[in-house]
Design a protein around this ligand. Structure first.
Ligand SMILES: NC(=O)c1ccc[n+]([C@@H]2O[C@H](COP(=O)([O-])OP(=O)(O)OC[C@H]3O[C@@H](n4cnc5c(N)ncnc54)[C@H](O)[C@@H]3O)[C@@H](O)[C@H]2O)c1
Ligand SMILES: [Zn+2]
Length: 495
């Protein structure tokens, strides 16, 4: 067994973000306090009751989204009546996972997480996944798991089916159907009402992939539960479970727009779960792994990963887990709350990916694009930006590009076409004009909703001395269109 420690510290600011004129104007709703009243939706009134929060939190969030505020906008609380301050505090903690205020403590919010440490245990790949093995890894005896009134298991419904002998329904189980649609307030409310019915257990065991951990960790953060995560997908083992990011989608304003930073006490990575994971999910997680390798400009790691993905060699994959998790942890530990610009590295590939995902969801196609599939395309996109701007040597560019292609993480033209609701390569090449507007998190979703030149792309570079090797750049709409066309016509395979 290998153990990795993930420490997190309370946040500090690298530099004070500044107001932009545009944002000052957008934020004028703050002067219209009369708009901040109790929400009408029963869902929000119910959540407010479950969480013992002022219900205005939800109205404030909605107004902040409609005003188009970014995460860097400082919320000016001067002039806010004292009775509304708690509602603002919660909303500030949740809006895009936390915004700062003008008060003495810029991170003031009742949802602030104190500093701490998370232990990540990677159990050996041969270790059996019977309930005894699981309970030992978790540090609970089987009897405790069965009888601990203060422990509930929040679990992916497919894992409960596949591993019925490991996770017995002891009455303390909350089941989640893992779909992007379910990363929503209504699921959070459903989890909380079940949890209240169980007598509000303080300790949570969360079992599943990234969707399950995103929703369940978000719910856990709102009530301050002590959490152990047992990630079951490659993606959640090497990425989603280890960064403290929790959250739900808030369409039409985009993916993961509401959330918190909240770290589990422990993560137990059991490679055995990889054996039952469908190949499509392995490849989806593999894309995040390739991102980690590229961020470290680690060619041997990218080579080994690409080969094990191509050959679908799960034992070889299991042997890479430690290195992949280490890469993520070493970035997260430096910038636990994403306030220092270091952690932006992990968003490589994600600018494009989030727009593709939101678009695919809105298109209501039968099989929407998987997160990792979108990230794989985003990585190619960012590599191309980097190469075209002379930020990466030709050699490194071709090496990483070849690994991505060989690994099999890229969708073919017909599969991508289906996921984006496009009939042929021609329309796929121009669909960028329809999905890029999703970058603006604006309800109208037109390319005029915001300034394209302000959008940041996180690209790999070898012109920096220290890890993680990335730069933030801007590009023109014309450049984006021509890179996408190149990707569709010259990089993706026809079948
Ligand atoms: N919080 C973060 O830092 C972070 C990072 C990356 C991704 N994410 C989020 O993670 C989500 C994607 O997570 P995911 O790719 O793990 O998807 P997922 O949770 O939907 O799991 C994928 C599918 O595999 C099934 N499954 C899970 N484990 C299995 C196993 N061992 N055997 C067989 N089937 C299994 C699930 O039931 C599901 O159908 C996205 O919503 C993304 O935004 C979050
Ligand atoms: Zn991701």
């Amino acid at each position: 067994m290998k153990s990795i420690t993930l420490p997190w510290a309370t946040p500090t600011l690298s530099k004070q973000p500044s107001f932009t004129r545009q944002e000052t104007e957008r934020f004028s709703w703050l002067t219209r306090l009369s708009d901040i009243r109790k929400p009408r939706k029963a869902l929000f009134l119910n959540l407010a009751k479950q969480l013992k929060w002022p219900s205005e939190v939800f109205t404030i969030l909605d107004l902040a989204f409609k005003s188009g505020l970014t995460r860097h906008y400082i919320w000016d609380l001067q002039g806010i009546p004292a009775n509304l301050l708690p509602a603002f505090g919660f909303a500030m903690g949740l809006f895009k996972r936390g915004v700062t205020s003008h008060t003495k403590d810029p991170f003031w919010s009742p949802l602030k997480t104190p500093a701490g440490e998370c232990q990540i245990d990677i159990v050996s790949s041969g270790e059996a996944l019977n309930s005894v093995g699981v309970s030992r890894a978790l540090g609970y005896t089987q009897d405790q798991i069965n009888s601990l009134a203060d422990l509930c298991t929040v679990i992916d419904e497919n894992i409960l089916d596949l591993y019925a002998s490991v996770f017995k329904d002891n009455g303390q189980i909350i089941v989640i159907e893992p779909t992007e649609k379910n990363k929503s307030w209504s699921q959070v409310s459903r989890i909380l009402s079940h949890w209240l019915d169980l007598g509000s257990p303080k300790n949570w065991l969360i079992v599943g992939g990234g969707i399950t951990s995103d929703i369940a960790m978000f719910a856990a953060s709102l009530i301050g539960a002590n959490v152990t995560i047992l990630p079951t997908t490659l993606l959640s083992m090497i990425d989603a479970s280890t960064g403290g990011k929790t959250g739900i989608n808030y369409f039409p304003f985009g993916k993961n727009q509401i959330g918190t930073f909240y770290y589990p006490q422990k993560i137990v990575v059991a490679p055995k779960f990889l054996e039952t994971l469908p190949r499509r999910e392995i490849l989806s997680g593999g894309a995040e792994g390739l991102k980690h390798a590229i961020l470290g400009l680690n060619e041997p790691l990218a080579a080994e990963l690409a080969l094990s993905l191509k050959e679908d060699n799960r034992t070889a994959l299991a042997n890479l887990l430690g290195t992949l998790i280490d890469t993520k942890v070493s970035i997260v530990a430096q910038d636990s709350f994403e306030t220092l610009n270091i952690r932006d590295a992990l968003n490589m590939g994600h600018t494009l990916a989030h727009a593709l995902e939101a678009f695919s969801q809105e298109k209501k196609v039968r099989n929407p694009i998987r997160h990792g599939e979108a990230v794989a395309l985003g990585l190619v996109f960012d590599l191309l930006i980097s190469e075209k701007n002379g930020l990466l040597s030709q050699k490194k560019f071709s090496t990483f590009m070849d690994f991505i292609k060989e690994s099999g993480v890229l969708l073919s033209v017909p599969d991508l076409g289906k996921a984006l609701g496009q009939k042929n390569r021609g329309t796929l090449a121009t669909v960028i004009n329809e999905f890029l507007p999703y970058l603006f998190n604006d309800k109208k979703n037109t390319l005029h909703s915001g300034n394209f030149a302000n959008i940041l792309w996180i690209v790999p570079t070898d012109q920096k001395d220290s890890f993680p090797f990335f730069k933030k750049v801007t590009i023109t709409l014309g450049q984006a269109q021509s890179i996408w066309q190149h990707l569709v016509f010259n990089i993706l395979t026809p079948k």
